[in-house]
Design a protein around this ligand. Sequence first.
Ligand code: PRE
Length: 88
Amino acid sequence: MGLTEYREEIDAIDRQIVELFQQRMRVAGDIARCKQETGAPVLDRDRETEKMRQIGELADENMAQYCKMLYNKILEMSRDYQRRLLDR
Ligand SMILES: O=C(O)C(=O)C[C@]1(C(=O)O)C=C[C@@H](O)C=C1
């Protein structure tokens, strides 16, 4: 495979990432509305700790560090989106 084919492969992967990321953010929005009803805080430290542990388990050993960096960012954006929706 050459550069063009590799880039096409990356483009196809990015289409999936964008779609899945948006799906995840929409579900985070649904969770925000649940939290609004119960008055629960946006940040759930225990859930995030467990999530980061899961990610470390799911990832290949040489990718775990990068997957955790990615999820730190994803969780930050998820909380940001929830706070924006809830206006808090
Ligand atoms: O599980 C929740 O309570 C969520 O709000 C979702 C989520 C996530 O994006 O995974 C976001 C914020 C919380 O701190 C924990 C997890």
